[in-house]
Design a binder for this molecule. Structure first.
Ligand code: GLP
Length: 241
């Protein structure tokens, strides 16, 4: 695990460098996209490089980490719409190149299995962007998640719903109770994982991620077993290292 400590905008550039390097070497690369505020600096930088430097995503395929269950198709906080707004619409992904778990499927269990198959069909994810929750979750793998888990339905913790209430007008009751999320084993299958964390609120989770024992109670710690992880953190998030 490589840990880089630097200012927020620089972290975004470093992650964008890794993505640009991959996409230029392998134009049909498979990216793993994350939601949340952590990857925003990366998406801004990729959009800038697309507009100003001709970086193209025309042949790139992308898979999202997770999705809320039951949010209406046009709900602005549905992760499919968030990804469209924050990155897909700002670069030149081909139509339907970006896929996510279907939180509106009639059969959610089937939707999870289909999602795993879709990732396998393209040969897996080359580079997975990740954030981390204050409780150490990655994607929506909450504390207690099986370290061997695959895409499945999860119940969100009160902590995560409170953390995410800011996207729902500050009203925790508007945050869905359930989600579909790639499992920890799904994420571990990505060939390179780039995790971003900023702010003091992430300091304990980053401490556990880098220095804690591997434990389902801090799900991100499974990344200690991954052969190629880059952790990009600012001073505040690194303050407990
Ligand atoms: C949500 C997402 C995670 C994300 C986490 C942290 O729970 N499902 O993928 O890592 O939020 O979000 P932020 O980057 O906004 O702190």
């Amino acid at each position: 695990m490589e840990v880089v400590i630097g200012p927020g905008p620089e972290l975004g550039r470093l992650a964008a460098n890794a993505i640009e390097h991959l996409v230029r070497a392998q134009p049909d690369a498979v990216l793993g996209l994350a939601t949340g505020s952590s990857p925003l600096a990366v998406y801004d930088e990729l959009a800038r490089r697309h507009a100003e430097e001709g970086l193209t995503f025309a042949r790139v395929r992308a898979f999202m980490l997770d999705e809320y269950v039951g949010l209406a198709a046009d709900h602005p906080e549905r992760y499919r719409n968030v990804i469209e707004r924050e990155i897909a619409s700002r670069v030149d992904f081909a139509p339907s190149a970006v896929r996510g778990p279907d939180g509106l499927a009639d059969d959610l269990v089937l939707a999870c299995a289909a999602y795993e198959e879709a990732i396998a069909e393209v040969g897996g994810v080359d580079l997975q962007l990740l954030g981390i929750g204050t409780d150490g979750h990655i994607a929506f793998n909450e504390p207690g998640s099986s370290l061997a888990s695959r895409t499945r339905i999860k119940t969100l913790t009160r902590q995560t719903r409170e953390d995410n209430a800011r996207f729902f007008g500050g009203d925790v009751d508007q945050v869905p109770q359930h989600c579909l999320t790639q499992g920890l084993a799904t994420i571990m299958a990505a060939r390179h994982v780039v995790l971003l964390a900023t702010g003091r609120g992430k300091a304990e989770a980053v401490h556990q991620l880098v220095e804690g024992p591997v434990s389902a109670m801090w799900p991100a710690t499974i990344l200690q077993h991954h052969p190629h992880v880059t952790v990009l953190v600012d001073d505040a998030a690194a303050s407990r290292l």
